[in-house]
Design a protein around this ligand. Structure first.
Ligand SMILES: *Cc1c(COP(=O)(O)O)cnc(C)c1O
Length: 414
């Protein structure tokens, strides 16, 4: 609990103060949240919610997980920040861990890690690696339609959605979009002037759309043949969310990218991003070519180490696979659900037209005590903490069934 109690400040008061103080980039916040534990959060009016979004695929161990709390507290009371003129045991340990987790089949000496503070920053660094690869002889970078890679200028240049990009043009040039999953179109676009291809194994913002089977394999073959780098953005899908450490391990076993980017779940709620590169890509950034003051911050690294340790010691990858599969099967039987996409605990629940806009359904679910979001007009996204209980998942299934049934009845009566 915070020491400064403001018991009379209601959610409405906070929201009004938010609007008067915070830049309007996100619209009005849906709720003012004041504390959380496990998969539950409580708002400023005392209402409790089951959090099935986890800060958008961030709080993989839930809220206030004791392992993260104690690792962060201990690190902060020992050594909080050092800058990149120095290093710390936490940074070195995390880099070693990530090399093994992301590239389990590569020798440690082939892999190098750059630590950043967010997903966009990780992709920004990956973009700079791509620019360093081939220089002016390889001016093009390929990205997929419906992609989302973040909001900084470089990451935005790789992001497909026109509404996000156009207000900020000119963006870094040379990016060419190809339809996701179309191997022929990729082969056509690929060539000796391409520095890199950037892929999300499951496109989260696109409504949790898995890249079709065989595409990552083809992407690896085509990039290798053209001498281009394969960059896999695992910012949302990585760190166990798919049921494997990396979604590309699950979707395309044997495919080894050159560069993988991470953030979201990596710090279990503490801001951190990482670029993990292997082979020649690991050595393209030279001293002085890239940096960030906070990158490798010991507190953030300690949080990530606690996340990794907890996922391993509690066998949470198995839990994510088992709960994810069972839950998806059950959700897909509900009237009003057209399909359930995704893997593990990253799921897109596709809705039939008759139930109406997903955004309205997300609001109804919020009223009923469940946090989800609607990345697309007919899709709900579920990205709960890995510690979600069977009872919590089942309770959501039941409530969603009731909400959809109510809307179908209304639609039938209209
Ligand atoms: C969220 C996300 C990003 C951006 O991460 P930020 O931490 O918000 O900058 C990049 N790529 C993917 C796939 C994401 O889901």
């Amino acid at each position: 609990m915070s020491q400064v109690q403001e018991p009379t400040v209601t959610q409405q008061d906070w929201t009004q103060r938010y609007t008067g103080a915070v830049m309007n980039t996100f619209g009005t916040p849906q709720r003012v949240l004041v504390h959380g534990v496990g998969a539950q959060v409580t708002d400023a009016d005392g209402k409790v919610y089951t959090d099935l979004l986890a800060g958008i695929a961030v709080n993989c161990l839930g809220h206030a997980h004791p392992a993260v709390v104690s690792a962060v507290s201990e690190q902060l009371s020992t050594l909080g920040h050092v800058s990149n003129i120095f290093t710390s045991p936490a940074q070195v340990r995390l880099a070693e861990e990530l090399a093994g987790i992301v590239f389990p089949t590569r020798a440690a000496e082939e892999t190098r890690v750059f630590l950043a503070n967010s997903g966009a920053e990780a992709n920004e660094a990956a973009f700079k690696i791509a620019r360093r690869h081939g220089g002016s002889a390889r001016p093009r970078v390929l990205a997929l339609e419906q992609s989302f890679h973040g909001r900084t200028m470089g990451a935005l240049a790789l992001t497909h959605k026109a509404a996000y990009r156009e207000p900020f043009e000119p963006l870094p040039g040379g990016v060419h979009f190809v339809p996701a999953g179309d191997v022929e179109a990729l082969a056509e676009a690929m060539g000796p002037d391409v520095a890199a291809l950037v892929i999300e194994p499951v496109q989260g913002e696109a409504g949790v759309r898995e890249i079709p089977e065989g595409y990552l394999q083809a992407a690896r073959e085509l990039t290798s043949a053209a001498g281009a780098l394969l960059i896999v953005d695992e910012v949302q899908t990585g760190m166990g969310r798919s049921g494997e450490w990396m979604a590309h391990h699950l979707l395309a076993p044997g495919v080894v990218p050159d560069v993988v980017t991470l953030a979201k779940g990596l710090g279990g709620g503490v801001p951190i991003g990482a670029v993990v590169a292997t082979g020649q890509a690991a050595a393209l950034l030279q001293p002085g070519q890239h940096g960030t003051t906070f990158g490798g911050n010991p507190v953030a690294c300690a949080a990530a180490l606690a996340v990794i340790d907890t996922i391993r010691s509690q066998d949470l990858l198995t839990r994510v696979r088992e709960l994810g599969d069972r839950w998806a099967a059950e959700l897909s039987t509900l009237d009003g659900v057209s399909e359930v996409r995704g893997r593990g605990l990253l799921r897109g629940v596709g809705l039939v037209d008759a139930v109406g806009p997903a955004g309205e359904i997300a609001s109804q679910l919020l009223e009923a005590g469940f946090i989800v979001n609607a990345p697309r007009p007919h899709t709900l996204r579920l990205a709960p903490p890995f510690v979600l209980s069977d009872a919590q998942a089942d309770s959501f299934t039941k409530t969603l069934g009731q909400v959809l049934a109510g809307r179908l009845t209304q639609a039938g009566a209209a």
